[in-house]
Design a protein around this ligand. Structure first.
Ligand SMILES: Nc1ncnc2c1ncn2[C@@H]1O[C@H](COP(=O)(O)OP(=O)(O)OP(=O)(O)O)[C@@H](O)[C@H]1O
Ligand SMILES: [Mg+2]
Length: 274
């Protein structure tokens, strides 16, 4: 479990600081798929960077399986447990051959060669990129590069995967590929996923949506109740997914319809109308 207790983060500026996170408390349980949503500047990335000790709290405590992230001696263990993926895959790929990139972190850990081979192959398999193992990363599409970056993190066998807008630079096909992989890692390999996204069509897959505004948590709910809270969504500047909007319009037209989160669900609801 990741336990966040009374976390405040103030970025030091010349005279006065910027309060990016203000007294946040939250638990992320093993196996969960948690999405963080909220407008630009609400504090999502700042929070993400606290989860593997890239930032340490100004006040409060973060514990990853009981390991306090502000203690220097825990950092190594914390970073092995919590893998991070950022927006731009180009900034995360360091080697000139895909498989060498995936092996990079493992070599630094001093893992034996035969185990490295096995872990690299398994990680590339998990992201459907094994056949690109000998490719040069610059020949890959953005979505493929992001999957290689994910493989690099997976090879370290993290328990938690934090992804900060991993699809925001990708086209619709690339987005879909990456999100499908992330969902599979959560459902089949029991990786706990913490996904930051502005795409409402990705929010619907979460167990929980944690909405942030002005450095605070303003909602912690299932996607269905989150998107059902029209007042909150307006306040934090989030538009519901198209299926929710369409369900509402049809309801206003007199159709006796339940609110659907996805087009697939909406189609099912429409088919069961009599
Ligand atoms: N390195 C930094 N130094 C100073 N202030 C920062 C720094 N990084 C972020 N901030 C400020 O902290 C606040 C929260 O920023 P953060 O990047 O966490 O937001 P976010 O929710 O990730 O936004 P976005 O959706 O745009 O990625 C903002 O006011 C931002 O300007
Ligand atoms: Mg951000």
């Amino acid at each position: 479990m990741i336990k966040i207790s009374n976390l405040t983060h103030i970025y030091k500026q010349a005279d006065c600081g910027i309060v990016a996170l203000n007294d946040i408390s939250l638990n992320i349980h093993d196996g969960e798929f948690v999405v963080f949503a909220g407008r630009n500047g609400s504090g999502k990335s700042t929070l993400a960077k606290h989860l593997n000790g890239l930032l340490t709290p100004t006040k409060g405590i973060i514990e990853v399986d009981g390991l306090k992230t502000h203690l220097e001696e825990n950092l190594w263990k914390v970073r092995q447990r919590v893998g991070m993926i950022f927006q731009n895959p180009d900034n995360q790929i360091v080697a000139t051959v895909v498989e060498e990139d995936v092996a990079f972190g493992l070599e630094n850990l001093g893992i034996p060669r035969n185990e490295i081979r096995e872990r690299v192959d398994n990680a590339l398999k998990s992201v459907h990129m094994l056949k690109y193992a000998r490719f040069e990363p610059h020949l890959l599409s953005g979505g493929q590069k992001q999957r290689v970056a994910i493989a690099g993190v997976l090879a370290m066998k993290p328990k938690y995967l934090v992804l900060d807008e991993p699809t925001s630079m990708l086209d619709p096909k690339g987005k879909k590929e990456v999100i499908e992989i992330v969902r599979k890692l959560n459902s089949e390999q029991e990786v706990t996923v913490i996904l930051i996204t502005h795409s409402v069509d990705e929010v619907i897959y979460a167990d929980r949506v944690v909405a942030m505004d002005c450095g605070a948590i303003v909602s912690d709910a299932s996607p269905r109740s989150f998107f059902g809270d029209t007042k909150l969504l307006k306040e934090i500047g989030i538009e519901p997914p198209p299926a929710v909007l369409l369900s509402r319009e049809l309801k206003n037209e007199g159709y006796n319809l339940k609110e659907a989160l996805s087009i697939k669900e909406l189609a099912g609801n429409l088919c069961s109308l009599n």
